[in-house]
Design a protein around this ligand. Structure first.
Ligand code: F3S
Length: 110
């Protein structure tokens, strides 16, 4: 059972998850990270580290669309193995609804 990054990561992108992942399976987009489901070792250490509670197991309700999105963009985006500076305004997006429609970007992280 893989873990997945879900909607509330968008624009928050705190990146606390990255430093605890023993498998380096996070990939960076412009506004969010994803987990490569084929690399996730299902340890679960990232889930409680996310201040936005954006990391969910694939068994969570509604996780199917995020499984698809994580798998797709893990192939397109660069691997991130260490925490970077999160966006200065990230907290102001925490908990906002409709973030995918408003802010999701398919562009890779820098
Ligand atoms: Fe996103 Fe949470 Fe990681 S906001 S970057 S999944 S710590």
């Amino acid at each position: 059972m893989t873990y997945l990054v879900t909607e509330n990561c968008i624009k928050c992108k705190y990146m606390d998850c990255v430093d605890v992942c023993p498998a380096d399976c996070f990939y960076e987009g412009q506004n969010m990270l994803v987990i490569d489901p084929s690399e996730c070792i299902h340890c679960g250490v990232c889930e409680p580290e996310c201040p936005a509670e954006a990391i969910k197991p694939e068994s969570a309700p509604g996780a199917e669309r995020w499984l698809e999105l994580n798998a797709k963009y893990a192939l397109d985006w660069p691997n991130i193995a260490g925490k970077k500076e999160p966006p200065a305004d990230g907290k102001s997006f925490d908990g906002m609804t409709g973030k995918f429609e408003k802010y999701f970007s398919p562009e890779p992280g820098l």
